[in-house]
Design a protein around this ligand. Sequence first.
Ligand code: NAP
Length: 312
Amino acid sequence: MITKAKESEENMYDCVIVGAGPAGLTAAIYLRRNGLEVLVVEKNAPGGQMINTPRIENYPGFPYIDGASLALSMYQQVKDLQTPFLFSEVIDIRKEEDFTVYTKNQEIKTKTVVVACGMKHRTLGLLEEEKYIHKGLSWCSLCDGALYKGKDVAVLGGGNTALEDSLYLSKIVNKVYLIHRRDSFRAEHYLVEQVKKEKNIELCLREEVQSLQGEDHLEQITLKSGRVLQVNALFEAIGFEPNTNFLAHLGVLNASGFVIVDDEGKSEVDGLYAAGDVISKKVRQISTAVGDGAVVATHLAKRIQSCHLQEM
Ligand code: NAP
């Protein structure tokens, strides 16, 4: 549903922002504060990956905060600027003189676009993964952790997400097996040290998942070493990949599907910008996504305002 969005095609937006994670929400704040007509399109809940993060400890100003609260606070700040939201999935973007953004049910006209749609979680690619979704297999410890109170679970991965998930779950479940394919972690040192201190987290290093078993619900995981873990849940935290198929025809993606932009967030297509985890870059954090959103919107606001002046 669009809240207070323009209904006439003649009423074109200055900018449509695709994605309401930290990059998109920050861009919306900067553009609205510059008086520009903005629509934010989001296919899920506002906040992006933040809403699945149990505890954030490295976002300045908040020694610790849960991701859902930070997401809600950012969303409210954008809403307070009378910014319309459309909760729908963007399936295509076409450019003629201006842009048309297509969702399943609507065509939205806009002068510029900011792609800030983040990434989707990676899966192992095992045939049986489908069978155990909502039956023991999860990508969200915050959403599903409480279902396994007092039970044994496994977390897969060696990045910040896997270690944060393990710490969060260790407070709820009986035991966490943290399965990682190497013997060193790419997660922050501070998190690794915390995990090592938890008595109910067992590190299963240089191990990979071979297969999942269980009648109607996950009951055990067989590792490639042959070890079998009796667990009620597996939380996969093996990274993310960009969700950018709808942009493929525009020629703005690198070989891995990330949007290539310059240091102002501009892509090769005039008027198409991108920010946050979806762009080709090395550091993906809430703070860097916020920074990307601010940079893009600052340049974009100047560009749109100079167009408005020329039209006068
Ligand atoms: P990530 O950093 O990409 O880590 C993914 C982990 O999964 C890696 O340890 C990787 O192993 C492992 N992995 C990948 N494919 C695998 C497979 N097929 N089988 C087994 N293991 C596999 O992902 P993330 O932890 O979700 O983090 C994503 C980004 O968000 C990062 O930039 C991270 O810093 C950021 N983040 C930040 C915070 C925070 O600052 N509080 C919290 C969460 C996420 P290898 O190490 O061997 O490659």
